[in-house]
Write a protein that binds this ligand. Sequence first.
Ligand code: SF4
Length: 102
Amino acid sequence: MRGISREVLARDAAWSLADGSCKDLTVEWARWEATYAASPTAAARQAALTRPAAVCGACPIASECADLAELSGYTGIAAGQGYRNGRPDHARRRHPKQRRTA
Ligand code: SF4
């Protein structure tokens, strides 16, 4: 995409978010993101995504939302999945120095 900066793409994507299915769910979204961020396991994070993912599943701009999450380095829930610094969070791994205890 030569000639189009990441900032322009992000700005265009941000404009379209006003049409998102979550536009009236600010309080719930903040609570869902806090629950997601505090979830200690992959299973808990997946469970925390259930309700926001259902909203995103019906959203007409989910693709633009995912683009914006990546371009802006977003951390939170967008387009039905968790993001950490603009990358999908499903690859979060145990720290290499952590040892399995069970
Ligand atoms: S995809 Fe999800 S987070 Fe993104 S605008 Fe739509 S409802 Fe909101």
